[in-house]
Design a protein around this ligand. Structure first.
Ligand SMILES: Nc1ncnc2c1ncn2[C@@H]1O[C@H](COP(=O)(O)OP(=O)(O)O)[C@@H](O)[C@H]1O
Ligand SMILES: [Mg+2]
Length: 354
């Protein structure tokens, strides 16, 4: 009869607090929580593989996590588990709508049992976008570059990254499906995409132009020369590996002394130095990376490391400067971040000849 609600809908809508409450295992909470069957299947499958073989799951609650820059929705599921023997446990998993590249990279890295990458599972490796389920590695982000960081945190991050870089060094044939990060990427994406439009807009703002004035000539000279100067670094196959290419604090989570890298849609096959300067933003900090690579017998002599690192730092400074310029008023009032990236762009010696 029109106008008459089915019985279930007559129940009061669950309030936020109810969602956070753990429901008894016997309740069909997946229906109440409006979780679609594909997601339930993915969660079930992930639990069975990686958490508790054969366990039945009950969804206790779902929390949407703040979507990152891509806006892809990320959800945290708290689950009650019951093993075939009747044992009970709880766990937490993350789901994300992920591109094909991201799902392939996650599967590849999981296949390598990378210590610094959450385990992952997808039911569809072919579609352009599909849900991936990830190990929940918590909410502690790596500190921002302007905030203090401990040597232990730097070491943990350097080790996770070195493990990824080392395991994939020279494996271009196997990773033929990954895009290459080459000179064209620097020209089109870094310089013309991320840097120039924001730089030019910033210079049109009088207050911000005042802050930038002492650096304009040098930053523009670096931007002009960089694609050619960095080409030998980017093109040296000796340092080619699977790289993340968007290392930033929202993509590096710290849990129990370990650093985990998430958010892999921007992964490339390219020069490992590209992944270092954003978080190891001085040569002194980058030494943790050199050491971590050496622990895995990727030995790079200090001078050799230094000139490659410095060129990569210029590129990374130009790559990320944009976000500090977006709010010109704020940047003019507090230019610490602007000057941080400009420091990376203009720092240090010119590359060794040859
Ligand atoms: N495996 C995970 N464990 C815990 N939190 C995660 C995990 N994956 C993503 N997140 C959280 O969700 C945020 C956005 O996820 P991310 O993969 O970086 O997507 P994007 O930045 O493209 O939106 C992350 O910054 C992090 O806070
Ligand atoms: Mg992210």
């Amino acid at each position: 009869v029109p106008g008459v609600r089915p019985k279930d809908e007559a129940l009061p809508e669950p309030r936020g607090a109810d969602l956070a409450e753990r429901l008894p295992v016997s309740t069909p909470s997946t229906v109440k929580l409006n979780v679609d069957p594909v997601t339930v299947q993915l969660l079930q499958d992930t639990v069975t593989r990686y958490v508790m073989p054969g366990a039945e799951i009950e969804i206790a609650d779902v929390t949407p996590l703040r979507a990152g820059l891509s806006g892809a929705e990320i959800r945290r599921y708290r689950l009650d588990l019951r093993s075939p023997a009747g044992e009970r446990a709880t766990t937490s998993l993350i789901t994300k709508q992920a591109s094909r590249t991201e799902r392939r990279v996650l599967a590849h890295l999981h296949g390598q049992r990378q210590p610094g990458v959450p385990f992952s599972r997808t039911l569809d490796m072919e579609a352009d976008a599909a849900l991936v389920c990830l190990q929940d590695v918590g909410d502690v982000r790596r500190p921002y570059s302007l905030d203090p960081i401990t040597p232990e945190q730097l070491r943990a991050e350097a080790r996770s990254l070195a493990a990824i870089h080392h395991a994939n060094l020279g494996r271009g044939a196997e990773l033929a499906w990954l895009p290459r990060l080459d000179r064209t990427y620097v020209e089109r994406r870094v310089i013309e995409g991320w840097w120039r439009p924001h730089w030019e807009a910033a210079l049109r703002n009088e207050a911000l132009r005042g802050v930038l004035a002492p650096y304009i000539e040098e930053v523009e000279a670096v931007a002009r020369r960089l694609p050619e100067e960095i080409a030998p670094v980017l093109e040296d196959p000796g340092y080619h590996t699977l790289i993340h290419a968007d290392v930033n604090p929202s993509n590096v989570l710290l849990q129990e002394g370990r650093a985990y890298f998430v958010d892999w849609p921007t992964a490339h096959y390219g020069c490992l130095f590209v992944d270092l300067p954003h978080h190891f933003c001085s040569l002194e900090q980058a030494e943790y990376c050199r050491q971590a690579l050496a622990e895995r017998r990727v030995e790079i002599e200090a001078p050799e490391f230094e000139w490659r690192y410095r060129l990569a730092a210029r590129m990374i400074g130009l790559r990320y400067l944009w976000w500090t310029l977006e709010d010109a008023g704020a940047a003019a009032r507090d230019p610490r971040w602007v000057l941080h990236y400009i420091g990376m762009i203009t720092a240090g010696a010119m590359p060794a000849a040859g």
